[in-house]
Each structure stands twice: as C-alpha cells, then as structure tokens.
Design a protein around this ligand. Structure first.
Ligand code: SF4
Length: 291
C-alpha cells in the first residue's frame, strides 16, 4: 500500500488566523463565538472546554465580547449585535472581505447581483443581507430563478469549486444572451489550490480519504471531486472513522483535508494509515515465509 498526501490540503490561513484571534480574545475573559468558528467539531470542542461559548442566537449571549467568524457577516448583522451593547471582534477572512467589496462594487455599477453558493450558508448570508435585491443559486437548475436584467453581476461563495462556477457563468450567459453578464472571481486561492491538488491526487490514487468535519462543505466537495475522477473516496472526521476493511493492501491511498482541518488530525490519519499498511506488509511477509 502506498500513501500520498495532496500537495495542498488542510487548514487555510483564514481559519488559522481566526482560531488565533479567538485564543487571544478568550484569555482570562469570556468570549462568545457567533456560529462555528470552523466546521470542525474537534476544534470547537477544544474551545468549549476552555470556556468559550458558541451561540447563534444573540439573545442567549452571556459575555460582553462576541466574535464574528472567518465567514464574515453583513453590516446589518454586526450593527444589530453592537446595538445590544456587545463588543464585536471580527475574525472575517480578508478573502471574504474581498468578496463583500466585489459584490458592493458590482451593485454600485448597476449590476443585479447573482451569487453562486449555498443558500443559508453563513458566508452567503453575510454577502447578501445588506443587498436590496439579489439571487443566490446553488446549481444550474436554479438559473431560471434569476430575473431578467440588462446587467447581471456574478460572484461566488469563496469555497465553491471554480470549474463549476465558471460553467454556471457560461450557462447564465447562454440563458440571457442580450444581458451583459459580468463575472468577478471571488473563489479564494486556498480553495482553488486544494481543488487543483485533489484533481492530481484523485487520478493517482485508488482511494482518497478527505478529512474534515461532518458539516464542512469543502471537505464534502473534495470527496465528491475524487469520486467524479474515479477514486473511491471517504469523508472522514478523524482516524477513528477509518475501517481497515476498506483496503486490500494493494491500493495507493491519498489523503486530503478541508480548509478547517487541523494538521494534528491529518497527521493522526496518516499515522493510522501507516499502521494499516504495515499490517498488510507483515501479512504478505508471513504468507511468503509460509510458502
Ligand atoms: S476558505 Fe478561503 S475565504 Fe474561507 S477562510 Fe479560508 S482562505 Fe478565507
């Protein structure tokens, strides 16, 4: 069995910085994080153990300081929180801020905003809540929901697969041939690097393990992409999810991870795979010795 890691994987700088900021602001004082700082249950559990609370509903906040996650929030939402007398710490990723500025620019230039992303996702809510009007579409079937407009400005949630986004932009152009359809690429670089790396890994490997929280959208996408490229892929949360029965010992196994997966977890998955691989190697040796 061969084990390979993707060239780009795991925690991005945006999530890493947000975690550092949460640690800094929770030293010796209560902090409430508004929503999941990362879509990773293990990281969030560590925060809860150190006294940090997580709330979605601001009426339940007990601390005076609250943190907006790397996913960002709308100005409206931040003002609502401040109006409750709470101090706001913003851990918004600079690449999410770029997406906000991009959408604002499109609107100020007279474009009707179309966001390609997951409806109801915290980042998409942050991108759209300040807008007077917009349409969020998740898949090509929803292009029909875009109202006719002479100028359509398209942007995307930062973690959407770029090839899919570009494909949908083309479909929008075909659906509205007389409109000016302007696309601003807001998919972030760490996401693009991971998507490119998974394409390379999936074609080289028989099996891909995508490590990340159950709710991590980008980990799910890494597993889906691997399957689309012909690998058998599993979305796992950690080494304990790996079943040795998935392998015959002959495979090349690739390991990748979502943008909120801590390095220690990826190391632990690799260590578990090394253990499984050495079990297969020992079995082969003893079979050879018995012949
Ligand atoms: S996935 Fe991209 S946009 Fe989101 S926090 Fe990471 S770097 Fe920032």
């Amino acid at each position: 069995m061969k084990i390979k890691r993707a060239q780009h994987y795991g925690m991005c700088f945006g999530v890493r910085d947000a975690i550092d900021l949460a640690r800094e602001h929770s030293k010796g004082q209560p902090l409430t994080i508004l929503g999941d700082l990362v879509h990773n249950e293990k990281v969030m559990e560590d925060f809860r153990r150190s006294g940090v609370t997580v709330e979605r509903d601001t009426s339940r906040v007990k601390s005076t300081k609250v943190m907006i996650t790397a996913h960002g929030a709308s100005r409206k939402r931040i003002e609502e929180v401040r109006s409750l007398g709470l101090e706001v710490v913003e851990a918004t990723c600079p690449l999410v801020r770029y997406a906000h500025r991009t959408v604002e620019k499109l609107v100020s230039r007279g474009f009707y905003p179309v966001i390609i992303g997951k409806k109801g996702h915290v980042e998409v809510l942050g991108l759209t809540e300040d807008l007077a009007e917009c349409t969020v579409i998740e898949n090509p079937g929803e292009i029909e929901q875009i109202p006719p407009h002479p100028k359509l400005g398209v942007a995307a949630q930062t973690t959407q697969p770029i090839s899919r986004v570009r494909g949908m932009v083309e479909m929008i152009r075909q659906r509205f041939p007389s409109s000016e359809v302007y696309f601003m690429d807001t998919v972030c670089r760490p996401t693009k690097e991971r998507q490119k790396a998974i394409e390379d890994l999936a074609v080289e490997c028989d099996v891909v393990l995508a490590v990340g929280g159950r709710d991590s959208n980008n980990t799910r996408q890494l597993a889906e992409k691997s399957r689309a490229l012909g690998a058998r892929a599993y979305h796992i949360q950690g080494p304990e999810d790996i079943d040795a029965a998935w392998f015959s010992g002959e495979e090349t196994v690739g390991i990748t991870a979502g943008t909120s997966t801590p390095d220690e977890l990826i190391d632990a998955v690799e260590a578990r795979m090394e253990q499984i691989a050495s079990g297969f190697a020992k079995r082969v040796m003893s079979e050879v010795a018995a012949v």
